[in-house]
Design a protein around this ligand. Sequence first.
Ligand code: SF4
Length: 74
Amino acid sequence: MAKYRIEFERDKCIGARSCNEECPDNWEMKDDGKSDCSTKDIEEDQLECNMNAAKACPVNAIHIKNTENGEKLI
Ligand code: SF4
């Protein structure tokens, strides 16, 4: 199992693009104007980029959880 798991409330997304700007490796804008991520299961080396995306989201639609201890990072 991956060390971290992204939980994305896509219904909240307002298409602000901040996630895509912060972490283009995983966040992409889709035709419906909302973003989506390529992978929800991430490892340590992908954490910083995805945390920056989550912090930049103006509607707090992106959450990241540590799957080993259940801690919610954001
Ligand atoms: S930053 Fe948040 S609101 Fe903006 S596109 Fe990404 S998920 Fe959607």
